[in-house]
Design a protein around this ligand. Structure first.
Ligand SMILES: NC(=O)c1ccc[n+]([C@@H]2O[C@H](COP(=O)([O-])OP(=O)(O)OC[C@H]3O[C@@H](n4cnc5c(N)ncnc54)[C@H](OP(=O)(O)O)[C@@H]3O)[C@@H](O)[C@H]2O)c1
Length: 284
């Protein structure tokens, strides 16, 4: 996986005064790995949304959702990987492991870019992040790359998940974290356990259900949002969150806003960074 063209520039719109700035290194400069404290991890997520608030479309017949290719750009993916490189832990989920197993999605469980690997080495991060797989069903395959790289893998589930499936994973040597009162993982117990394991920069690369889980429990420190200047439409779609109305917990504070023109072709995109002032680590 390579990084984006090093000559590409963005325009910072906020904070003012506006300024042209290189895309390469933009998010690496945030040093997320230094923002957590022992027992208080810095938890961040990154989503890509259309102007009409869609993050994916649903194929109801196949029972699958997908991100249309035209929504994505090299710049967005490159910044996603810069955030990925700053994590000592990635939170993913059972659905992604199934999609990987069926080759429906590409593998983003490892840092592969040589500059980013070198950046991690210089900054004292382990070569690869630990992986947390959140799952209520506990029915998913383990991707071979996790075994090849010997990454630490935790499986997180709720207390009422199938005891048989829990025993299955434990027998394979994977620690199963009990982080919820029913079958689902809940944000507070999960982040408490990850904090107790000494993890400090935790990147949520999961979907809307896990975003909802951590936001609702006030465990998200920062949200990165790429807003592509495209109207997606579609009758069946996914948006950022899944649960009931959030109220005050959903109030975010804009920290920065960048504009890229002409990407994707014929449109543009905003790269926004929000802190969640209600959360226990805001990175300040
Ligand atoms: N545009 C974007 O930035 C963006 C970002 C992320 C995802 N997406 C897209 O959005 C669509 C839906 O997202 P998704 O499939 O990644 O995620 P999702 O529908 O939110 O969740 C999928 C799976 O994650 C597990 N899970 C989620 N929350 C959990 C919890 N609290 N406790 C236990 N397990 C939990 C469950 O696995 P089990 O079934 O194993 O229990 C669930 O089936 C996909 O098309 C995806 O590609 C877009």
């Amino acid at each position: 996986m390579t990084r984006t063209d090093s000559t590409k520039k963005l325009l910072r719109l906020y904070p003012v005064p506006s300024q042209e700035i290189a895309i390469n290194g933009l998010y690496l400069a945030h040093r997320a790995h230094e923002l957590g404290r022992p027992g208080l991890p810095f938890v961040y997520a990154n989503f890509l949304s259309s102007l009409d608030g869609r993050i994916a479309l649903e194929d109801i017949d196949k029972g699958l959702s997908f991100i249309p290719k035209h929504l994505t750009t090299d710049s967005d993916f490159s910044l996603f990987m810069e955030l990925h490189a700053q994590a000592d832990c990635l939170i993913t989920h059972g659905g992604y492991m199934r999609a990987l197993g069926e080759k429906r999605l590409g593998n983003i469980l490892q840092v592969t870019d040589k500059d980013l690997l070198e950046w991690r080495r210089i900054n004292g991060l382990p070569e690869q992040p630990a992986i947390v797989i959140a799952s209520a069903s506990l029915n998913f395959p383990i991707h071979s790359s996790l075994l090849e790289t010997k990454q630490t893998v935790y499986i997180a589930t709720g207390r009422n998940a199938s005891p048989e499936r829990i025993r299955f994973w434990q027998a394979q040597g994977f620690p199963v974290l009990s982080a919820g009162t029913d079958r689902m993982v809940e944000g507070t117990p999960l982040l408490n356990i990850l904090a107790s394991l000494g993890l400090k920069s935790i990147y949520l690369i999961a979907g809307p259900k896990m975003l909802d889980t951590v936001v609702r429990d006030k465990q998200l420190s920062r949200l990165y949002l790429t807003l592509t200047h495209q109207l997606m439409g579609g009758n069946d779609f996914r948006t950022l969150l899944t649960g009931s109305a959030l109220g005050q917990v959903g109030n975010l504070k804009l920290e920065s806003l960048f504009l890229e023109l002409g990407s994707p072709a014929g449109a543009g995109q905003f790269f926004a960074q929000f802190s969640l002032p209600c959360c226990f680590v805001t990175g300040k």
